[in-house]
Design a protein around this ligand. Structure first.
Ligand code: ADP
Ligand code: MG
Length: 142
C-alpha cells in the first residue's frame, strides 16, 4: 500500500465542544501522522471556495454558515492508504448511520454538524491540502 496524505478539518461544532484534542488523539492512535496542522477561522469566501462542488445543493448556504461560525483545526494526515482509512475512521456523513467507534458516531450531532471533513479521493486530497497549506507548512514527503 502506498503512503498517502489526506485533508482533515475538525469543524466548528467539535472545536466548540473542545473535542479537537480527542479527535487528533484518536487519529494518532489509528496510525495517522500529523504532518501539517493549524487553527483558523475561515472567512466566508474560503468556506465557499472549499465547498464549491456543493454550490447547487440545498444545504450549501447552511454549510458555509456553519463552517464559518467559529474556528476550525485543519490538518494533513499521512499513513499508508490514508484517504480511504481516514474516511473509514470518520464514519458516514450522517452520524445516525455511522459505525460504532467512528469519529462521527462519537462526536457528531447531525448530518450537517458532523465534526469532521475528510477528502474523498487522492486527487481531491492533493487539491484540498494545497488549498490550505503552502508547501513550507507541511513536512516534506519522505
Ligand atoms: P462528507 O463530508 O461525508 O464527504 P458530503 O461531501 O456529501 O459529505 O457533504 C459535505 C458536507 O455537507 C457534510 O459533511 C455536511 O457537513 C454537509 N451536508 C451534507 N449533506 C447534508 C444535508 N443533507 N443537510 C445538511 N448538511 C449536509
Ligand atoms: Mg465530501
Amino acid at each position: 500500500m502506498a503512503v498517502e496524505r489526506t485533508l482533515c478539518i475538525i469543524k466548528p461544532d467539535a472545536v466548540e465542544k473542545k473535542k479537537a484534542g480527542a479527535i487528533l488523539a484518536h487519529l494518532e492512535e489509528k496510525g495517522f501522522n500529523l504532518v501539517g496542522i493549524k487553527r483558523t477561522h475561515l472567512p466566508r469566501t474560503v468556506a465557499e471556495g472549499f465547498y464549491a462542488v456543493h454550490k447547487a445543493r440545498p444545504f450549501f448556504g447552511e454549510l458555509c454558515e456553519f463552517m464559518t461560525r467559529g474556528p476550525v483545526v485543519v490538518a494533513v494526515l499521512e499513513k499508508d492508504n490514508a484517504v480511504a482509512d481516514y474516511r473509514t475512521a470518520m464514519g458516514a456523513t450522517d452520524p445516525a448511520k455511522a459505525e460504532a467507534g467512528t469519529i462521527r458516531k462519537l462526536y457528531a450531532a447531525s448530518i450537517g454538524e458532523n465534526a469532521v471533513h475528510g477528502s474523498d479521493s487522492l486527487d481531491n486530497a492533493k487539491i484540498e491540502i494545497a488549498y490550505f497549506f503552502p508547501a513550507s507548512e507541511v513536512a516534506p514527503v519522505a
